[in-house]
Ligand binder design. Structure first.
Ligand SMILES: *[C@@H]1O[C@H](CO)[C@@H](O)[C@H](O)[C@H]1NC(C)=O
Ligand SMILES: *[C@@H]1O[C@H](CO)[C@@H](O)[C@H](O)[C@H]1NC(C)=O
Ligand SMILES: *[C@@H]1O[C@H](CO)[C@@H](O)[C@H](O)[C@H]1NC(C)=O
Ligand SMILES: *[C@@H]1O[C@H](CO)[C@@H](O)[C@H](O)[C@H]1NC(C)=O
Length: 416
């Protein structure tokens, strides 16, 4: 198994964070990336590069990479994510325009159909699948703050797919007509002890800064088969609802007792990422920047609405934790910002999921969640200690091979 590398800069040092924990981090892009089978390697300690500190600048809304390029109800922000096994994937996209302001009117999600036409040939498509659609709102019941309502978000699950196979697809509503261009993705290899995706990119705390563009170019040039995003996606919560950046996450917001957000940043992110994630499946787990509290104490609404998760397929029924197979690897994605206690639903699900793992078909067991349990860095020190105390023993008892985290703007590796 080889994980490709990517490196980046924390969107805002100290409060937000980036850890790209990868094997093969320091080889140039052109060189062959060694696999673990080429090891064992001498441990490498890399001194902290002070130039990576702070001052990451967000892409402005005027940047062409974040502008809306489609018309009417044509699909945009198209992405692929995996279901629990190679034979199924999710296709997601957005139609219609989001609104932000003092007098928003949510779109009717039923007004645009969710259809994917696909097949092994570029043309004609041999299969059609339909899915569901939704809109979400981000509401602030405070004087002076603006409310947001999303475009229509579509999720369609394709099933019955062959392993390690290229599929072509178009998504949209053929009756308008408003179908996308033709895109393609490759399914994961079949699960088995000698069957792995060649390269998996693991990234956390991605954001949408100029440095994010460097990270994504580097990641794309390594031609990954799968991208894992270990929390902290857009940092829309570093903005006021009027679109003004607020560089300080811990500062109190002047007009409301809760954190404001500027939800159009999510649309910008979806547009910027489309080029990569309309082709390469992305699996996301929530970080603290996705909490985004709003009216009626609702949280994680953008995160839970915009991405498709193999929740039902992996028995969790939750967007906050789930699992999936990628070849001979079983990935467990855990939620650090919801109940993780031993009496809670997540823990019970985790026990069941671990008990179901068959190490003869998925010898590698990899777990991820956003805030690290082990970190010597000053920022966020022992922040996830309660989660560790609840879950560590269980993960140990099943012999988890690798853990990936984000959150801390530094790189710590522990090899056991
Ligand atoms: C935003 O939505 C909240 C909750 O419905 C409401 O109380 C508030 O008045 C709305 N604000 C604006 C500016 O429309
Ligand atoms: C991050 O982006 C800034 C421009 O916003 C640039 O000056 C800086 O060199 C970048 N840092 C790295 C490590 O690429
Ligand atoms: C947004 O609100 C902040 C805080 O009230 C204010 O300082 C800023 O000028 C506003 N920006 C715009 C574009 O209205
Ligand atoms: C929302 O949270 C606040 C404080 O965190 C609490 O006082 C209030 O009762 C909650 N409201 C609802 C509707 O749960």
């Amino acid at each position: 198994m080889t994980f490709s590398s990517s490196s980046s800069v924390p969107a805002l040092a100290a409060i937000t964070c980036l850890v790209v924990v990868v094997l093969g981090c320091y080889w140039p892009v052109e060189a062959r990336i060694p696999t673990t089978l080429d090891g064992p390697f001498e441990p490498v300690t890399v001194p902290f590069d002070q130039s990576l500190r702070g001052n990451a600048v967000d892409l402005p809304e005027s940047d062409h990479r974040v502008r809306r390029r489609v018309k009417g109800f044509e699909p945009e922000q198209i992405s692929v994510s995996l279901s629990a096994n190679y034979d199924s994937v999710w296709i997601s996209w957005v139609t219609g325009e989001s609104q932000i302001g003092y007098n928003i009117k949510p779109l009717d999600p039923k007004s645009v159909a969710s259809v994917v036409r696909y097949g092994k040939l570029r043309y004609p498509p041999t299969h059609e699948a339909t899915g569901y659609s939704l809109v979400y709102n981000q509401l602030y019941p405070f004087e002076g703050l603006q409310n947001y309502t999303s475009g229509i978000i579509h999720h369609v699950r394709l099933t019955g797919l062959k392993p390690n196979t290229l599929y072509f697809y178009r998504c949209g509503d053929p009756s308008i007509p408003a179908m996308s261009e033709i895109y393609h993705f490759r399914t994961m290899p079949v699960s088995g002890p000698w069957s792995y995706p060649e390269r998996i990119a693991v990234v956390g705390d991605l954001g949408l800064t100029y440095n994010t563009t460097t990270t994504i170019s580097h990641l794309t040039s390594n031609d990954p088969n799968l991208v894992l995003l270990i929390g902290d996606v857009t940092y829309a919560n570093l903005y006021l609802t009027n679109g003004t950046g607020s560089d300080c996450y811990s500062c109190s917001f002047p007009h409301s007792p809760i954190h404001e957000t500027y939800q159009p940043r999510w649309d910008y992110w979806g547009r910027f990422m489309e080029n990569l994630i309309s082709k390469v499946p992305i699996m996301v787990i929530e970080g603290n920047h996705e909490i985004e509290e709003q009216a009626e104490n609702k949280t994680f609404v953008a995160y839970s609405s915009r991405f498709a998760f193999p929740s039902e397929e992996s028995g969790s029924s939750s967007t906050f934790y789930y699992s999936f197979n990628a070849g001979g690897i079983h990935f467990i994605m855990l939620g650090a910002y919801i109940d993780f206690t031993r009496s809670g639903k997540q823990y019970k699900w985790l026990e069941q999921d671990l008990a179901n793992v068959d190490r003869s078909t998925t010898p590698w067991l990899v777990a991820t969640w956003h805030p690290p349990w082990y970190s010597t860095y000053e920022a966020h020190y022992r922040e996830a200690e309660c989660m560790r105390m609840e879950m560590e023993e269980l993960l140990y008892s099943y012999g988890v091979d690798i853990v990936f985290n984000g959150h801390v703007s530094n790189d710590n590796r522990l090899l056991g």
